[in-house]
Design a protein around this ligand. Structure first.
Ligand code: GLC
Length: 571
């Protein structure tokens, strides 16, 4: 290992260095992180109590899912007041304390910005439905079309994207749950109100925004019908709509550019080309989340299905995004979040090789350029949970889908849909954080709002403090990024695009004259059998920086154990 300090050894000019490129982000889902008052629901004082766990991982930034006042139909993505804290989570004073404590530990705090829609309980919607002249145009209202909804668009959660409101005697658009009406971004007053709210939070000292479904703000004029055969009917009329870039540029000009912050857009159906527009050199945002690698285990295009996935496809997606954003833009790297099932249960082996596959997947995410986002519990190798009956599901999306599947007449009972719904439900990511082996995994003294995963006695933070845990390995991965610029700023080269079981890639950092400054090689066996790698590069003089098997020196063997990951520094 070299011990030259980063500032002198690297060829990355200061002008290209940015703290958010060098950061690892940790995502906290407040409802499920830690409960301080025994009501079974996570809260802000609970997060403060557990901040040291997060700081000890070595992460730099926390992204907090929505903590604003909300009826919690969609766990806070249905906001009824943008400027107050949800009462079950604490008070504004608690939140201010959290911010101070995060900063005290040299970390930063990124808040969730949910401005495609509000809750129906938001005052704006209440006034809009009553026809208050100031607010009547704040949402997207339309008359019925031959007694039905104004067009054929669907909600992402299923069913029509329109709901009839008796008070106003008209339909309103909701791309998500019917309790989440879409704001009308064509109305300048809406934009101004949102920008004002953003400034209000930034003035409190936050360090950025994660922007919820932000590329859906602009809807095609006239709201034309969508292709009835599309996976999400209507999406071509509201994904990356006509004024989308204008809205974000205005947001940047009027708000974002005044602050040194991290901005990341969550963008359904995002392409590399669009990512370059939104988050390229002059783009309004810093980076964006795309979804392509989260669909590998669909059967075809259908979300509510489970299919086989293949490694060459994952590598193809990875390469395309690295190459596409190499000279323009920046990648956001993630496996999990509050909407995705646990990655070990998807692309790893949660039974026999939980530790090995969790660490291998962590290696893939944390040894490439981009900003990595670790979701709470991912650093423990948490797995999907068991869902035995429809009532045990809490997620509005999974519940609705279950209802629809059962109503379709194709299935007779929950058992028949349990495999798919249980695998795909967002509840898998939302089971309480596992702190120790006491009741409810130390998450609460009361009854948790969602049951704890049955494996909490083995998989928890306390037990991960000992031995070669997934958590300790994540810590090492994060340390590697801090120590070596190549993992952050290097260029990515896939050495084995077509291999079915192995991934082998380098991250290379060059001096301006082309000489190699740092070159890292990662070799990962994504399978449960021993695999021999033919790496087209010499390992002579290489240093083994990290492995999830007990190897303390460079091993001459090119055999890789099941789910083995090795990270080398090449000469
Ligand atoms: C995003 C959020 C998800 C939410 C949806 C509607 O995809 O991540 O949790 O349900 O937007 O706000």
């Amino acid at each position: 290992m070299t011990d030259t300090p980063r500032q002198t050894s690297h060829p990355v000019p200061d002008a290209e260095r940015t703290w958010w490129k060098e950061s690892v982000v940790y995502q906290i889902y407040p409802r499920s992180f830690a409960d301080s008052d025994g009501d079974g629901i996570g809260d802000i004082p609970g997060i403060i109590d557990r901040l040291d766990h997060v700081a000890d991982l070595g992460v730099d930034v926390i992204w907090l899912n929505p903590v604003y006042e909300s009826p919690q139909r969609d766990n806070g993505y249905d906001i009824s007041d943008y400027r107050s804290i949800h009462h079950e989570y604490g008070t504004m004073a608690d939140w201010e304390e959290l911010l101070a404590q995060v900063h005290e530990r040299d970390m930063r705090l990124v808040m969730d910005l949910v401005v495609n829609h509000t809750s129906v309980d938001h005052e704006w919607f209440q006034r809009s439905r009553r026809g208050d002249p100031e607010y009547e145009d704040y949402y997207i209202w339309r008359e019925a079309r031959s007694d039905g909804p104004p067009n054929n668009w669907e909600s992402f959660f299923g069913g029509s994207a329109w709901a009839y409101d008796e008070v106003r005697d008209a339909y309103y658009l909701h791309l998500y749950d019917e309790s989440q009406p879409d704001l009308n971004w064509r109305n300048p007053a809406v934009r101004e109100d949102i920008f004002e709210t953003m400034r209000w939070w930034l003035e409190k000292g936050i360090d950025g925004f994660r922007m919820d479904v932000i590329n859906l703000l602009s809807k095609a004029p006239g709201l034309p019908d969508g292709d009835p055969d599309a996976d999400w009917v209507g999406s071509e009329q509201f994904v990356d709509g006509p004024w989308m870039l204008d809205y974000l540029e205005a947001m940047d000009e009027q708000v974002l550019s005044d602050y040194d912050i991290l901005t990341v857009g969550e963008m359904p159906q995002l392409s590399v080309e669009k990512a370059r527009e939104y988050a390229g050199e002059d783009g309004p945002l810093d980076m964006a989340f795309h979804f392509q690698h989260t669909k590998l285990d669909y059967d075809g295009d259908e979300r509510w299905s489970v299919g086989d996935w293949d490694l060459p496809e994952l590598k193809e997606i990875t390469r395309r995004w690295h190459d596409g954003l190499a000279d323009e833009g920046w990648n956001a790297l993630y496996w999990e979040n509050h909407d995705q099932p646990r990655v070990v249960s998807r692309y790893g082996d949660p039974e026999e090789y939980r530790r090995e596959s969790a660490t291998l997947l962590g290696t893939f995410m944390l040894t490439r350029s981009g900003t990595p986002y670790v979701y709470q519990g991912q650093e423990l190798g948490m797995t999907n949970a068991q869902w035995d009956d429809a009532e045990s599901l809490a997620d509005v999306d999974a519940r609705r889908t279950t209802e629809e599947l059962l109503e379709s007449g194709e299935y007779d009972s929950f058992e028949e849909v349990a495999d798919v719904v249980g695998y795909r439900s967002r509840d898998n990511a939302r089971t309480p954080m596992q702190w120790d082996d006491s009741d409810h995994a130390g998450f609460t003294d009361g009854e948790p709002w969602l049951p704890v995963n049955a494996n909490y006695e083995q998989v928890n933070v306390a037990s991960a403090r000992e031995g070669d845990s997934v958590t300790a390995y994540y810590r090492s991965l994060i340390d590697l990024r801090t120590e070596y610029d190549a993992f952050v700023y290097g260029s990515y080269d896939d050495l084995h695009p077509d291999h079915e079981r192995l991934a082998a890639y380098t991250q290379t950092l060059e001096h301006p004259d082309g000489r190699v400054s740092e070159r890292m090689l990662s070799v990962l066996n994504f399978s449960d059998t021993t695999a021999t790698v033919d790496v087209p590069t010499t390992l002579d003089g290489a240093d083994l920086l990290l492995s999830n098997y007990d190897r303390d020196a460079i091993s001459p063997t090119r055999d890789h154990e099941p789910y083995e990951a090795r990270v080398y520094q090449l000469e």
